[in-house]
Design a protein around this ligand. Structure first.
Ligand SMILES: NC(=O)c1ccc[n+]([C@@H]2O[C@H](COP(=O)([O-])OP(=O)(O)OC[C@H]3O[C@@H](n4cnc5c(N)ncnc54)[C@H](OP(=O)(O)O)[C@@H]3O)[C@@H](O)[C@H]2O)c1
Length: 280
């Protein structure tokens, strides 16, 4: 038996959809010990049928209207992973069933910590987070922001929770929406790049299958090289770019396109939308 390296208190995951399950996958890794176990909830039992085989208690609100209240009883960490619009009703339902020392961790996009704090007992700490979808493969980048009532020890515990699925960057809540426009939405930007370069490969005469192999493989390989190397992306780019060579010509065209200003506008648009969503 390998020794436990991460010790966490009982965890309730309210909403085991895409993100809730991704985080659950980290908690089920060897070396993570959740003292008191993991309880997840969904509306329908079908959503979580497969989870019970992995030692997770799964409850459904369709079968038991008190499922969320039962799940949070005695839980040290309560992860709120339902859609943002459902958060107020969910919190109203569990508020008086929470352990007084519980940490409520939100992954709900755009719902401010203050909204949680006004709906929950004063003894309950709230931490807001923004993971991204590579959590599914243990390669998330998660932004974490302290709430008005969370202690450094509680933040450290939440950091450990999210480190089971990747890396963690702690920022003030005022920066969390901006972080979301970079790492939260970021996987979509990467896939969009891949789509565009694949279309270019097809227009150069490669079959769609060949184009996918060339481009997907290049992105995966370049990212793996970046991960394995101590060099910066700029240094790695320069290594590929021989003076007066072909790559240099291509990169000059990309530089002329001023991708920085395109990214500025794209992330600004995401930030405007985050504010619209937060305003309701
Ligand atoms: N997906 C992402 O990339 C991502 C990234 C960062 C943050 N987030 C945040 O994560 C949250 C969940 O997003 P998601 O993409 O995972 O959505 P999702 O796949 O639709 O999952 C939501 C889950 O909540 C369950 N649910 C709904 N009402 C419930 C209730 N009253 N009690 C218990 N469970 C309930 C649903 O169960 P049923 O299926 O049975 O209805 C479903 O499994 C959102 O707040 C989102 O902002 C998502």
């Amino acid at each position: 038996m390998s020794e436990s390296v991460v010790e966490l208190p009982k965890i309730a995951i309210l909403g085991a959809g895409s993100m809730g399950r991704a985080i659950l996958s980290g908690l089920l890794k060897p070396g993570v010990h959740v003292d008191g176990g993991i309880v997840v909830t969904n509306r329908s039992a079908r959503s979580a049928e497969s989870l019970t085989e992995q030692g997770v208690t799964s409850l459904a609100t369709d079968d038991d209207p008190d499922a969320n209240r039962k799940a949070v009883a005695g839980a040290g960490i309560v992860l709120v992973a339902v859609k943002p619009a459902m958060v107020p009703d969910l919190l109203a339902g569990i508020s008086d069933a929470l352990d007084p020392n519980a940490i409520v961790v939100s992954v709900a996009a755009g719902v401010p910590v203050t909204r949680f704090e006004e709906l929950l007992p004063a003894s309950v700490a709230v931490v807001r987070s923004m993971p991204n979808t590579p959590a599914i493969v243990g390669k998330a980048v998660t932004g974490v922001s302290a709430g008005g009532r969370s202690t450094p020890e509680q933040i450290a515990l939440v950091r450990e929770l999210f480190e089971t699925v990747g890396t963690v960057v702690e920022v003030p809540e005022s920066q969390l929406d901006a972080l979301s426009t970079i790492s939260g939405s970021g996987p979509a930007y990467v896939y969009f790049f891949i789509e565009q370069l694949t279309a270019t490969a097809v227009s150069k005469g490669f079959s769609p299958e060949q184009a996918a192999e060339l481009v997907n493989g290049t992105f995966i390989g370049a990212a793996a090289l970046l991960d394995a190397s101590d060099a910066t992306p700029e240094q790695l780019r320069i290594q590929v770019t021989s003076p007066k060579g072909t790559t240099e010509r291509a990169v000059a065209v990309l530089q002329d396109a001023d991708l920085k200003s395109v990214f500025d506008r794209a992330t600004d648009a995401a930030l405007v939308r985050a504010r619209e969503l937060a305003a309701g």
